[in-house]
Design a protein around this ligand. Structure first.
Ligand code: NAD
Ligand code: UD1
Length: 341
């Protein structure tokens, strides 16, 4: 198939582009590089020996997007492009709603006009809000608790309405839990700009000596060791989930929602210890206060994806940490960042 990948230069996008190319698909990426570098795609070309058609462009630039759909014929779209920092979304809600929601509306209009009705959308477990009714199933009532999460929930609503209005749509909504790790080559991986918000990239930078210590956000939760529990999932397993979803919607109309997680929760201290083991480096930590808005426990019931898609996550926490470390060690400052940036 010929697939348009929005946000394909980013963390999950680049790993999925690699997998799509390996599966024999033709890929065009549109990305404004607001949170990524084109180097990721160059490295994917190097790893696969295949060419990516790259369009540097913004989903908010309707004319650019329309021109792309006029120039090329796509069978399907995988839509990663979005802003994703929770704290930033609370400070700049309008920017988040515009970028994520309006960007998606532009995309959907161009798709409909071009007669492209197949879409895989990056949603997030964040749509479940603070629900601790674990394991989380797709039918759990949604209740995002921050602007970022609400952009995802609103987009899910838009896709639901669109699918109800026009039965030609074939939409897969994928709710990712906590994507981590990197391609086994260590050539591509997550490259956060500034201070990482998420645990794994932060821990990796401590292991690399870029930061002094990890702050554990609370140790008084009602969990086995008192620290927060999450469902970390290897990014290559996630990439495989996109292929499975694309195959599923190739000949099924309607909208489908799947959790992509392992079904297993790991605590902050378990992650620190697994990363220490994988890297062979000490990872000092101190316990600090809880981060506001954090749930104690979040993990998926991923059985719907297994039943419908035949997909399940295969890599464990130790492999997530060792692949993440291989990337971090080989690229201590990411793709193009300079020390200290
Ligand atoms: P990322 O920031 O690495 O990738 C997103 C990409 O989209 C970037 O390359 C960025 O430059 C691009 N982009 C953003 N706005 C754009 C726009 N208006 N036009 C064109 N390109 C634009 O993030 P990621 O971790 O790869 O996440 C991909 C998707 O998955 C996002 O939608 C994110 O919300 C969702 N998601 C991520 C996580 C996670 O923990 N990484 C969890 C759940 C859901
Ligand atoms: C965060 C986002 C969520 C997003 C998800 C995946 C918030 C409130 N939520 O969730 O919307 O979908 O990432 O991208 O930001 N932790 C520490 N020290 C750190 C960093 C994290 O102890 O320096 C803890 C957290 O309290 C949590 C766990 O580690 O218990 C995982 O945190 P994180 O990686 O930020 O993911 P989420 O909290 O699941």
């Amino acid at each position: 198939m010929k697939i348009l990948v929005t946000g394909g230069a980013g963390f999950i996008g680049s790993h999925t582009v690699l997998t799509l190319l390996e599966e024999g698909h033709e890929v065009t990426v549109i990305d404004n590089l607001i949170n990524s570098a084109v180097d990721s795609l160059e490295r994917v070309e190097g790893l696969t020996g295949k060419k990516i058609n790259f369009c540097e462009g913004d989903l908010l630039d309707y004319g650019r997007l329309r021109a792309l759909f006029d120039q090329e014929e796509f069978d399907s779209v995988v839509h990663f492009a979005g802003l994703k920092a929770v704290g930033e979304s609370a400070e700049e809600p309008l920017r988040y709603y515009r970028n994520n929601v309006v960007g998606t509306l532009n995309l959907l209009e161009c798709m409909a006009d071009a007669g492209v009705y197949s879409l895989v959308f990056s949603s997030s477990a964040t749509v479940y809000g603070a629900s601790e009714n674990v394991p989380l199933i797709e039918g759990t009532p949604l209740g995002a608790i921050n602007p970022y999460g609400r952009t995802k929930q609103q987009i899910e609503d838009i896709l639901t309405d669109l699918s109800a209005a026009d039965p030609r749509w074939r939409v897969a909504v994928l709710r990712y839990f906590n994507p981590v790790g990197a391609h086994e080559s260590g050539r591509i991986g997550e490259d956060p700009k500034g201070t990482p918000n998420n645990l794994l990239p932060y821990v990796a930078q401590v292991a690399a000596g870029r930061r002094d210590k990890v702050t554990v956000f609370g140790s008084d939760y009602n969990t086995e060791d008192g620290t927060g529990v999450r469902d970390y999932i290897h990014v290559m397993d996630l990439a495989a989930g996109h292929i499975a979803a694309l195959n599923f919607i190739a000949n099924k109309n309607g909208i489908f929602r799947w959790n992509l997680g392992t079904g297993r929760g790991s605590s902050v201290l378990e992650v620190v210890s697994a990363f220490q083991k994988a890297s062979g480096r000490p990872i000092p930590y101190e316990v600090g206060p809880r981060r506001s808005g954090d749930a104690a426990v979040s993990y998926a019931d991923p059985s719907a994806a297994l039943v419908d898609l035949g997909w399940r996550a295969r890599r464990d926490l130790s492999q997530m940490c060792s692949d993440h470390w291989a990337w971090q060690e080989a690229n201590p400052f990411g793709y193009t960042h300079q020390a200290g940036s």
